[in-house]
Design a protein around this ligand. Structure first.
Ligand code: ADP
Ligand code: AMP
Length: 217
């Protein structure tokens, strides 16, 4: 089982992925998380990509495709959730050409004004990846992780100018994937569904979990 979460920055992909991982045991392949870990470690990949990430640019397709194909190979037959990949037509076509079948593509649809509010208030517990929002999903104690009590962080690319840059890139480079996967679905190669994701996270999760009744049982 391979599932893609498609959606703009701030659509709630990471938040929903955590639910699918916990409830259904998916392996979470989140390309942004993998790259941020590489930057923290200052690995050769991290050094190569850090300026692009900080300015909200996309990392070159060939790097991303190699990285994801390796992760998918490691996962073998276990169910995988792709979060943040594919993000360009070239990335999507590379998966198709490699014969990697996607069982379900889920588009989390959220209006742009809401995305900006979500990203501006996002807080992250870096060691675990747990996500919070100062208004919508506040931690129990301000600026502290609920489980460990450690401080929360703001992502450096969540400042307003970089958010706008990332949303522009999403429109130009990632939105075409919606039509691409709708077409793939018409040809019976995958299933595609768009969920109304401008709702509380629990309501989005309920819609999402309903797509996988056989796994939930
Ligand atoms: P993405 O992975 O798509 O960039 P995130 O899951 O990190 O998005 O969510 C972005 C921000 O919005 C986070 O601060 C998160 O807590 C918050 N958020 C996620 N889903 C919802 C929702 N349904 N309603 C309100 N806020 C949400
Ligand atoms: P995310 O955590 O998904 O918001 O991604 C953060 C950043 O990582 C993006 O702004 C890009 O710089 C980079 N990135 C993540 N996934 C991809 C991808 N599939 N293709 C290119 N760049 C990516």
């Amino acid at each position: 089982m391979r599932v893609v979460l498609l959606g703009a920055p701030g659509a709630g992909k990471g938040t929903q992925a955590q639910v699918l991982v916990e409830r259904l045991g998916f392996i979470h392949i989140a390309t942004g998380e993998i790259l941020r870990a590489a930057v923290r470690e200052q690995s050769p990949l991290g050094i190569q990509v850090q300026a692009m990430m900080a300015s909200g640019q996309l990392v070159p397709d060939r790097l991303m495709i190699a990285l994801v194909e390796e992760r998918l190979q490691q996962a073998g037959d276990r169910p995988c959730l792709l979060d943040g990949f594919p993000r360009t037509l070239a990335q999507a076509e590379a998966l198709t050409q490699a014969g990697i079948k996607l069982d379900q593509v889920v588009h989390l649809a959220v209006p742009e004004a809401v995305l900006i509010r979500r990203l501006s208030g996002r807080r992250v517990h870096r060691p675990s990846g747990r996500l919070y929002h100062i208004d919508y999903q506040p931690p129990r104690v301000a600026d502290r992780d609920d489980i460990t009590g450690e401080p929360l962080n703001t992502r450096p690319d969540d400042d307003e100018a970089t958010i706008r840059q990332r949303l522009m890139i999403y429109q130009a480079q990632t939105v075409p994937l919606i039509a691409y996967y709708q077409q793939q679905a018409l040809q019976g190669r995958t299933r595609y569904v768009a969920l109304e994701a401008n709702q509380p996270a629990v309501a989005v999760s309920a819609q999402l979990l309903a797509l996988f009744p056989q796994q939930t049982a």
